[in-house]
Design a protein around this ligand. Structure first.
Ligand code: NDP
Length: 340
């Protein structure tokens, strides 16, 4: 019997995000199927494959990449592993959808993008928030001049890390733990998307209180300066349960207020405030991950670009790394163009 699918996916990492969101998002695409999973632990891989109806499980990356049915890989291991796995996938001619942060340093991420370009494979970053109806509408409003010249942004992304995720994020610096590489990198990507320009400078302070070990931060407040002059204030945490999430863009002629929108779920509200009063912005909510994989699938067919490109992953990582440096040095850190 021939293949029942047009695009076979290999999961690199038997992860929570794949189980909760991405396997379903891949299967929501016509002709796409998850054909294999790689876990470093034989039993976990077998259990994971059985639980999710995945035909093959592998304990080595080489075995997964040698599978001719694997056309594309989704990488959702801990962050220190992304680099070597992307390089290997590119060398094997597989398309790559990689989780954020792409790597632990900008230089590593740059190397990954260059390898995929050289191999001629599509590479994208799974910055899901770009796919939210809320952020897409906010971007359209800002870009169409609905609030005049944008001056300030505020991001409210202080949440409580659920117990089942209280592992490497709070106790393994070598795995790229800490709230900045986990959450601030998403804020950076979302602001870059909405404002359509790049941050050039960061100041920040972090704290380590009840969850993370002392050398990893579990809360941060940062300010970014964008090249168009916008100042953006970010508040990210693993440690607070009741803050609520949101994003605000304030311009000379109006403000856009998004509430409950810094999330994995297709929810939240957006309002526009101008001299005309307060207007609710209609949103057609859609699963963020399904939309992201659909854009990636289209890019594989040569139709359009991924929602967040590989280059977006590098640029958003550069911002997060600058925030980490700003916390460490207590000085303003310039964010240089990683592709200059
Ligand atoms: P998990 O901790 O669930 O999985 C990461 C790795 O940990 C897996 O690859 C697995 O290794 C190992 N692992 C999983 N479960 C266990 C266990 N019970 N015991 C021991 N080891 C285990 O990570 P997440 O799914 O939360 O995150 C994975 C990646 O995805 C990260 O890069 C993260 O930043 C990103 N992410 C992105 C999100 C987004 O919305 N874009 C949301 C959440 C995460 P092995 O594969 O070897 O079995």
């Amino acid at each position: 019997m021939g293949k029942q699918f047009t695009t076979g996916w290999g999961l690199i990492g038997a992860s929570t995000i794949a189980a909760e969101h991405m396997i379903g998002a891949i299967r929501a695409q016509a002709g796409h199927e998850v054909v294999g999973v790689m876990s470093s632990d034989l039993k976990r891989g077998l259990d994971y494959a059985a639980a999710h109806g995945i035909g093959r499980s592998h304990v080595t990356l080489a075995a997964l990449l040698a599978d001719p049915d694997v056309d594309a890989v989704y990488i959702s291991t801990t962050n220190e592993l992304h680099r070597e796995q992307v390089l290997a996938a590119a060398a094997a001619g597989k398309h790559v959808l990689c989780e954020k942060p792409l790597a632990l340093t900008v230089a590593e991420a740059h190397e990954m993008v260059a390898a995929c370009r050289k191999a001629g494979v599509v590479m994208a970053t799974n910055h899901h928030l770009r796919n939210a109806a809320s952020h897409r509408r906010i971007r359209e409003l800002v870009q169409s001049g609905a609030i005049g010249r944008p001056l300030f942004a505020r991001v409210f992304h202080a949440v409580h890390l659920p117990p089942h995720l209280q592992g490497w994020r709070i106790d393994r610096p070598a795995a790229g733990g800490g709230v900045i590489l986990d959450i601030t990198v998403h804020d950076a990507d979302t602001l870059r998307f909405i404002l359509g320009c790049e941050p050039v400078e960061a100041v920040a302070m972090s704290q380590s209180t009840s969850l993370a070990r002392a050398d990893l931060e579990d809360g941060v407040m940062a300010v970014l300066r964008f090249e168009n002059g916008v100042l953006a204030q970010l508040h990210d945490a693993f440690t607070v349960r009741y803050a609520g999430t949101g994003i605000e863009i304030h311009g000379e002629e109006g403000s856009i207020i998004g509430r409950g929108v810094m999330t994995q779920r297709p929810v939240g509200e957006v309002v526009l405030r101008t001299a005309a009063g307060e207007t609710p912005v209609p949103l057609e909510h859609q699963n963020l991950y399904v939309r992201g994989v659909a854009a990636f699938a289209a890019a594989l067919r040569g139709e359009g670009a991924p929602a967040a490109s590989a280059e977006d992953g590098v640029r958003s990582l550069a911002v997060a790394c600058a925030v980490v440096d700003a916390c460490r040095t207590q000085a303003a850190v310039k964010i240089n163009d990683p592709f200059a």
